[in-house]
Design a protein around this ligand. Structure first.
Ligand SMILES: Cc1cc2nc3c(=O)[nH]c(=O)nc-3n(C[C@H](O)[C@H](O)[C@H](O)COP(=O)(O)OP(=O)(O)OC[C@H]3O[C@@H](n4cnc5c(N)ncnc54)[C@H](O)[C@@H]3O)c2cc1C
Length: 441
């Protein structure tokens, strides 16, 4: 505890979840120190490594709203009405996300959002941000962290009442917890990786393809997507296997790259002037699902966001779920006051089964996006879902909409979608039998 009697929290990782939690804890009056291994992105020092932009949806918006930040974040986001599908022949079709224009997803800049959250955290007198400080060691029982200055190399040890691990998928804090007896951990890589490319703004700064949509070029075993940025550009992401006869491994020269894109993404090539340089210069990154538990050690250490449940990005839920963690953790701390052990246990038991289900949904949605969004059956299913949700708005809500546009817990959303499907199958069965009886009896 601090000299002034306040509990002291150390947050390892000043990324999306860590900086939002710092805002929440700062509001509660706790003494908070955030240690981030990268430079302060508010100075424009944006390190690469992850997607440039992200889809922000209901769960994330609610968590921001609770901290009074939703309005300002949405003011610099690009609303997306639906998926805009690009077929191989160059035809396009829009598949709206919701039953009307009130159900939108928002494309936000990762760095811009992170900077806003850091700024909001910094505005609390009890929160101090430290940059270029990498956590290199953790003592769970003390509890304390060892931090190495990434510029000078000097190491310091910092004690705290609680250590929060918000240091992402390759968390140093979680790595220490993995050494505990009965700590479960699994990590599953996809055979696909991803590479970011760009569609820049037009000469007058205009969007060169539809602004208010998430663009998808589904090509069965692989796909490219593009999300809009406020400056008129799009960040494109190609998801493709790392190796094999038809994979990232295969394109080596500028000519290979151009030929591949002209063959499979022909309508995108004219608006991608830096395609070959981007392709050959940008890294190919892996995608992993990380699953672990328990997410806390006594009342001393707690895990948050990707550090405890990294997902593959195909439902656009990783950050949204991490922000929802913050909401749930905050509610558990309100309920259990300074009994942090009880609060962390309640947070873990509240969240765990839901993010486990989310992990499966994210992998399944990859198959849906790349294999099905271009098919006529998929379109028919989407139209039927839309019709049902218009006729029975309080009963039928498509799974995608429950996940992205509501706070229905992930497990409950999946159960409800299964029940809706069974009722629809039953009704369809009865209709077929009724028609058969009418025609043939
Ligand atoms: C290609 C791609 C696209 C995505 N698209 C979406 C999307 O559209 N919508 C969505 O909701 N989610 C999306 N996600 C997922 C989202 O990026 C993550 O779920 C989110 O960033 C998790 O936030 P976090 O704060 O837990 O982790 P991170 O954002 O990874 O932040 C961790 C922070 O900890 C710091 N750190 C790491 N190690 C240490 C250390 N040892 N010491 C100190 N600091 C450390 C890092 O520098 C970083 O700042 C996407 C992910 C990828 C890869």
């Amino acid at each position: 505890m601090s000299k002034d009697g306040r509990h002291h929290f150390v947050i390892v990782g000043g990324g999306l979840a860590g900086s939002l939690l710092a805002v929440y804890l700062g509001r509660k009056g706790y003494r908070v120190d955030v240690y981030e291994m990268r430079d302060d992105i508010r100075g424009g020092n944006v390190a690469g490594g992850k997607s440039i932009n992200l889809a922000l949806t209901r769960r994330g918006i609610d968590a921001l709203a609770h901290a009074g930040l939703a309005e300002q974040v949405l003011a610099s986001a690009v609303p997306m009405k639906g998926r805009l599908i690009h077929s191989e022949s160059g035809d396009t079709s829009l598949q709206p996300y919701g039953k009307d224009d009130t159900q939108l997803n928002y494309s936000v800049s990762r760095a811009g959002l992170n900077a806003e959250l850091l700024e909001a955290a910094d505005s609390h007198e009890s929160v101090t941000l430290h940059f270029n400080k990498k956590c290199t060691g953790v003592d769970l029982d003390e509890p304390s962290v060892t931090l190495a200055d990434t510029v000078t190399g000097v190491e310091v040890r910092v004690e705290a009442d609680v250590i929060v691990s918000a240091d992402g998928a390759f968390s140093a804090v979680r790595a220490r917890m993995q050494k505990l007896a009965r700590f479960n951990y699994s990590q599953q890589y996809l055979e696909h990786g991803y590479k970011e490319l760009e569609i820049p703004p037009g000469v007058a700064g205009e969007f060169q393809i539809e602004k208010n949509a998430l663009h998808i070029w589904p090509r069965r075993s692989y796909m490219m997507i593009a999300l809009p940025n406020l400056d008129g550009s799009f960040t494109c992401t190609l998801f493709w296997p790392f190796d094999g006869p038809f994979s990232f491994d295969n394109l080596e020269s500028e000519e290979d790259v151009r030929r591949f894109f002209e063959e499979h993404f022909a309508d995108a090539v004219p608006v991608m002037p830096t395609l070959t340089a981007d392709y050959l210069g940008n890294p190919t990154n892996p995608l992993a699902t990380i699953c672990c538990g328990p997410w806390h050690y006594q009342d001393k250490v707690v895990l948050l966001g990707d550090a405890c449940h990294a997902v593959v990005p195909f439902y656009g839920q990783g950050m949204n779920a991490a922000f929802e963690d913050v909401l749930v953790l905050d509610a558990c701390m309100d309920k259990h006051k300074s009994d942090f052990g009880a609060a962390f246990a309640a947070y873990y038991s509240e969240r765990k089964e839901h993010v486990d289900v989310l992990q499966r949904l994210c992998v399944d949605n990859f198959v849906e996006m790349r294999d099905h969004t271009g098919s006529k059956w998929f379109l028919l299913r989407k139209k039927t879902e839309k019709m049902l949700s218009k006729i029975f708005p309080s009963w039928y809500v498509p799974l995608y909409n429950m996940v992205t546009h509501t706070r229905i817990r992930y497990v409950d959303a999946v159960r409800r979608a299964r029940m809706q499907k069974q009722v629809c199958a039953l009704v369809a069965g009865f209709l077929v039998i009724a028609v058969f009886l009418l025609l043939f009896t």
